[in-house]
Design a protein. Structure first.
Length: 548
């Protein structure tokens, strides 16, 4: 058995050596095609990595490479059997690419890139080999930061939980502290739990670290699950400790004591403390809650490989011979297996189509927003301008921002952004994403119907949000006029953008947002009535500017 296994192993390694030049050429071809297809997406991905929240992503490639190299013995012992299933995964990746291209969604691009790489590995290595590196390939999903709307929703909840627990810890210490939203009142000073202190910067790297430690630690699966899921409460607790410590120092020595070097050092110290807690948790799970596991046997995978190899030799001699005949040394091996040619054709077609075809026409406004009326009924407007950095981030074609006041001096902020053609990196930003990143907390969310101006018909639904920041409350309505439709969420935006790009060759659209303060001398019902009245007046005006 050993001689048979050694013979197979030697021939497998010899084939690998003979195929190395052709393999390098194949890798170069694939790399060129992937860069050609996903060039813009890769640039945006690196842009995300430069954010402090996602800087941990720079370490993920090295972790994945290390985990793959750790399996090099199993990979060399297992013979590669090209699989057509890999081509199916590549085709699915190509389909997701066009969903992202036509729908203007980077998440679809990232999943498409991941599926394409998985498919190419599957195509050339085969499923038996792919199973050995399944974990590092799955972990590579951590290369892609979460979508902005998911990130912001988690961020808001973490800020609320962390600030609440932080205030309780301050009160337990004896510091007088009160919380209103994310603002912590210490009497003489106030602390704002901003995005830099929301704890989400710890959550994702700690989650990746927890998954990695669970994989590398030999213990029962349920203990691994406990270790991974414990990173969420650990993130909240450690960040609450940071907030409490910041508040205590601010109360003792003033706000400057909690800024500068301390702020950065505290973040680093808290993260290292969280890592220490994870290691302590592993020790407890392995020693105090010990369970019986079979003793490790380094020969296990080898014996399996030997038995598989002998089985192939005995049961499939002719098939094995044909397989090795296909492994032709030299440059003729460049075209083997035939799946490689199919994958190159599929990826090459994607490159050509992405560079040569334009599915979207640019649809201008009926009339420039410069001509939008500043007097609507009893409302008089004062036009405002967005800053250049915000305009650069939004990448819109036209917009209008006006503060309208009625005869009683009550305010409604009116904002509409218009995009002639929505595509990747140039699409509508939902207020549910933008406003929380500015520190606003959505206390209430839902939909409400706007009656038509003439009170005939069913009207239309809009998104509604009650926001709070620093004790100030505002009520917001927003909706998305899209090529004759009124939409209310980003999922609808992506689906209809994809469909209309194919069916109508246009993806133009707008965001309309109304915000009014909830004044101290009135209730929420009064603010609601004010927005309803203004929305019924402004919609007919907008219809004269937005394309049908």
């Amino acid at each position: 058995m050993n001689s048979s296994y050694q013979d197979i192993s030697q021939r497998t390694k010899l084939d690998a050596l003979m195929l190395r030049p052709a393999g390098l050429v194949k890798f170069s071809i694939y790399l060129s095609l992937i860069v050609g297809i996903y060039y813009a997406s890769l640039g945006y991905l690196l842009h995300l990595w430069n954010r402090e929240d996602f800087s941990y992503c720079y370490f993920v490639p090295f972790i994945v490479i290390y985990l793959i190299l750790e399996k090099r013995n199993q990979l060399t012992e297992q013979r590669s059997i090209p699989s057509l299933h890999g081509l199916i995964a590549v085709a699915l990746g190509a389909g997701l690419f066009w969903i992202g291209e036509l729908g203007g969604d980077y998440l679809a691009f990232f999943v498409s890139l991941w599926l394409t790489v998985i498919g190419l590995c599957w195509l050339h290595l085969g499923w038996q080999k792919l199973k050995h590196i399944c974990f590092p390939l799955v972990l590579s999903i951590a290369l892609f930061p979460p979508p902005e709307f998911i990130y912001n929703q988690i961020s808001v909840k973490l800020k609320l939980m962390s600030s609440k627990l932080g205030v309780q810890l301050m009160q337990l210490y004896g510091t007088t502290a009160f919380r209103e939203g994310n603002t912590i009142d210490l009497g003489a000073t106030q602390l704002q739990v901003v995005d830099a202190c929301n704890g989400i910067r710890y959550l994702f790297p700690l989650a990746v670290l927890g998954i990695l430690l669970a994989y590398l630690t030999r213990m029962a699966w349920w203990k691994k699950a406990i270790l991974v899921f414990s990173t969420v409460p650990l993130t909240i607790v450690t960040n609450s400790l940071r907030i409490a410590l910041t508040g205590i120092l601010s109360d003792l020595w003033g706000p400057r004591a909690a800024e500068g070097f301390f702020h950065g050092f505290a973040g680093w110290f808290i993260f290292m403390s969280a890592l220490g807690f994870l290691l302590l948790e592993i020790w407890i799970l392995k020693n105090i809650l010990a369970d019986r596991l079979p003793a490790p046997d380094g020969s296990g995978p080898t014996v399996k490989a030997v038995s598989n190899g002998v089985a192939r030799e005995r049961s499939g001699g002719a098939a094995t011979a044909r397989h090795y005949n296909r492994l032709i040394p030299g440059w003729r091996a460049l075209w083997r297996p035939p799946h490689f040619v199919a994958a190159v054709v599929l990826l090459g077609a994607n490159v050509v189509l992405a560079q040569s075809l334009e599915f979207r026409q640019s649809i201008p406004l009926k009339n420039s927003f410069d001509n939008f009326p500043l007097r609507i009924g009893e409302w008089h407007g004062d036009r405002k301008n967005l800053t250049f950095d915000i305009l650069d981030e939004l990448d819109l074609n036209d917009y209008i921002l006006v503060n309208y006041k009625n005869s009683s001096g009550q305010l409604v902020n009116f904002y509409t952004a218009y995009y002639e053609s929505q595509q990747k990196g140039e699409s509508i930003h939902s207020p549910a994403t933008c406003l929380p990143s500015g520190g606003w907390i959505f206390e209430e969310a839902g939909t409400v119907r706007i009656a038509p101006p003439d009170h005939h018909g069913s009207g239309f639904s809009v998104k509604r949000a009650l926001m709070e920041k620093g004790g100030v409350k505002q009520l917001a309505y927003y909706w998305f006029p899209q090529r004759g439709r009124i939409l209310t969420n980003l999922y609808q935006l992506k689906i209809y953008a994809f469909w209309d790009a194919i069916n109508r060759r246009r993806t133009d659209g707008a965001l309309v947002r109304l915000i009014t303060p909830v004044y101290l001398n009135e209730g929420l019902t009064d603010a609601e009535r004010r927005l309803q009245i203004f929305a019924r007046l402004v919609v007919p005006q907008l219809n004269g500017f937005l394309p049908d």
